[in-house]
Ligand binder design. Structure first.
Ligand SMILES: NC(=O)C1=CN([C@@H]2O[C@H](COP(=O)(O)OP(=O)(O)OC[C@H]3O[C@@H](n4cnc5c(N)ncnc54)[C@H](OP(=O)(O)O)[C@@H]3O)[C@@H](O)[C@H]2O)C=CC1
Ligand SMILES: N[C@@H](CC=O)C(=O)O
Length: 377
């Protein structure tokens, strides 16, 4: 058996214990990477905590977007961090992150980017004892070797990896799966709507107005990835399913997930700047798909499924499904994710978890929940 798969079977992929107690009294220093939809909401939440006591013991010492950075050992006021960046002449550079975090006490990077370059640094930081809290799925939801690198690095570094915001935007999904496994349960299957933007799209699309207009609205509301093709192609859902599968002890490679994309080849081939103007390419195929489902009294839902097969292998699929209105995955509203988990314990009736699965506020809250879990053990 592959060593990674064997390791996955033996233990949950996320530390459950407390972090080093010697850091309890020192201030925890935070570096925030990304000040867009999610990062901006992290700053707003931190600023809102000023008189609440939640921010006691936390100090934001570094903030960066893709262009500029700003560091201050004495701390940065979250409410003026974006203005500070706008006036900064310090170029963004990831080597500056551990330098800015230097000192005693917890050091925590919050990754609110969609950047592969940043994700590629997670293992390095973890190995240095720097905790990483992330909304970005690229380190844990792509190649199994990268997932393994994160696991090995956090073990070697004695550091923690906060990934609650990567699936379900902070909903207690990964936590529930890990707690079931920690109690000796075995996961048999997971099925659900894992994309907040696609949930919103199929909760609103009426087959009359152009689908592309709804995509623009979902993007402007901050539900989609910076490039909405990541959502529409099913790639973002593939990553989430891989993260869930690995938390469930199933060492799937990316290629083992069968993904049915909604993006026509011509749209997939465009450079990002040209995508907006070409979104109407989605309209005719989606109108047809909707009309067919409507005629059959069905609802369109973008569903991910992971299932143990009779031979103990796993089947993993992601794509648009036509569901009868009473189907357990057809419910919900807005950006709701709705996920069913079958296990030894939940054999007949699955455990169901539902709630908003995208949006700046819930995602920022999920990130900062992870920060507080690290700081308070
Ligand atoms: N939106 C949502 O509802 C949810 C999002 N997520 C995840 O959150 C992440 C961020 O999404 P979102 O906020 O919507 O994206 P945005 O495009 O709004 O923001 C991304 C930010 O990352 C910055 N950035 C890019 N590269 C770097 C870099 N190398 N160093 C520092 N900063 C960098 C960008 O800088 P610049 O401003 O210069 O472009 C920008 O500020 C994604 O991984 C997404 O999957 C997870 C759950 C829900
Ligand atoms: N684009 C994602 C945001 C959260 O991960 C989604 O639509 O679910």
């Amino acid at each position: 058996m592959n060593a990674v798969v064997e390791a996955l079977r033996r233990r949950p992929d996320h530390e459950a214990g407390t972090s080093a107690g010697s850091h309890a009294a020192a201030r925890a220093r935070l570096a925030l990477l990304g000040t867009g939809t999610v990062g901006g909401a992290v700053l707003a939440r931190l600023a809102g905590w000023r008189h609440s006591g939640f921010a006691d013991g936390l100090s934001l010492v570094h903030v960066a977007n893709s262009r500029y950075a700003s560091s201050a050992a004495a701390g940065i006021d979250p409410s003026s961090a974006r203005d500070l960046l706008a006036g900064s002449i310090q170029p963004a550079g990831l080597d500056a992150v551990p330098v800015a975090l230097r000192g005693t006490g917890h050091r925590i990077v919050i990754d609110a980017t969609a950047s592969a370059e940043v994700a590629a640094r997670h293992a390095e930081w973890l190995e240095q004892g720097i905790h990483v809290v992330t909304a970005c799925k690229l380190a844990r939801g792509t190649a199994l070797a990268d997932w393994q690198a994160v696991e090995d690095a956090r073990t070697r570094g004695g550091s923690r990896y906060g990934d609650s915001a990567t699936v379900g935007a902070g909903l207690p999904l990964l936590r529930s799966i890990r707690e079931l496994r920690a109690g000796g349960d075995r996961i048999h299957a997971i099925a659900g709507v894992l994309s907040g933007s696609l949930a919103w799209l199929f909760n609103h699309y009426d087959g009359l107005r152009p689908f592309s207009g709804f995509v623009r609205r979902a993007r402007d509301a901050g539900y989609t990835e910076p490039d909405p093709r990541e959502d529409l192609s099913g790639e973002d859902v593939r990553r989430k399913l891989l993260i869930l599968a690995r938390a469930a002890g199933v060492g799937l490679e990316q290629e083992m997930v069968d993904v049915d994309s909604l993006v026509p080849d011509a749209l997939a081939a465009l450079v990002r700047e040209d995508v907006d103007a070409a979104l109407p390419q989605l309209d005719a195929p989606m109108r047809e798909r909707y009309a067919q489902a409507y005629r059959n009294g069905e609802k369109l839902r973008f569903v991910a499924r992971l299932e143990r097969m009779d031979d103990d292998g796993w089947s993993a699929k992601v794509g648009l499904a036509e569901l009868p209105p009473g189907h357990p995955l057809a419910g919900g509203a807005g950006t709701d994710n709705r996920v069913a988990i079958w296990s030894d314990r939940y054999r007949e009736q699955p455990l169901l978890i539902q709630g908003p699965g995208a949006g700046a506020g819930v995602t920022a809250a999920g990130l900062l929940d992870d920060v507080l879990r690290i700081v308070h053990g």
